[in-house]
Design a binder for this molecule. Sequence first.
Ligand code: WQD
Length: 342
Amino acid sequence: MSSDKIIVTGGCGYLGSHTAVALINAGFNVVVIDDLRNSRADVLDGIARITGTRPEFVHCDCTDAATMAHAFDTHRDAVGVIHFAALKAVGESVAQPVLYYRNNLNALINVIDMMARYNIPNIVFSSSATVYGEPDILPVTEETPLQPATSPYGQTKVIGENIIRDFVRANENMHAVLLRYFNPIGAHPSAEIGELPNGVPNNLLPYLTQVAAGIRDHLNVFGDDYPTADGFCVRDYIDVNDLAAAHVAAVQYMIKTKKPIDVFNLGTGRGVSVMELINAFGRATGINIKYEIAPRRAGDVPEIWSNADRANKILGWRAETPLDETLANAWRWQTRVGKIIK
Ligand code: WQD
């Protein structure tokens, strides 16, 4: 079993913690860097309860070059970095663009600076389907032209991808994989880790599970008059555990092939509408969600879903978790999380 060390920035977060579990279970030695601005240190205990191993933790803000230098100096034996640490609230990024550009770009630049300084040759970059904007043709492949981002958050992903392309072009011993996530949802089946949204959830499923738990009165469904099959927006909802497995496959691929750069869509290849998700949640949990039709939300694209064949062909990975299992995991986590957050 490989004991290669991987640094996971944002490893106490939703995607980072599930990826840390998958990496540890695959035999990697994981070091988590997180500033706990949008996450909690006790997530590390959840990772330990699942895997039997508590990752080493460095409380560090990736935008702080001095503490990052100390963290990477300590872990200069790492073979790679998975960089999740970023601000990711689309609406907040529209209201505070400079905060998003400063935070997300400085964090990434510090990470690649440290990789070059300590010759850590591999980076997996947490990108997003938002780089495709409102695609003309569906499903979306990695060759689908990028469109101007619809938010500063999305722009930081487009710019981040370009920074990494230039970085590996200038450093032939550096390799990168860009992973474009569609809509990650769900929680670990153990209910030991899951999504911990701050305040009112922006995203559909965490809001929906809070309605199911009686924390919110009803779900506002943002628009029922879209040019889609049932009038509701369509997305590609991918189980967070499947997404985590893709990161392990990406790291193994980079270590093996040493290709300069590659990009993969991480989705299921299926589009699901808001109403289909509400109904699927009801079938999976027996809970009918109270909802009201509300005005459209600015910035929402009518429909987007992936063609994820490239990740299957090259990484040998495919999203496999059935939607009802994902939704049951999300509900199990919601019923538990209320007992965790004091
Ligand atoms: C999904 C659908 C909403 C909430 C965003 C970011 C993306 C990534 C994932 C960070 C839409 C509808 C939602 C609600 C609703 N973020 N909805 N009522 O917007 O596809 O993607 O989150 O990595 O970059 O853009 O996800 O879950 O917010 O919305 O009707 O209370 O659910 O209109 O159609 P989205 P979402």
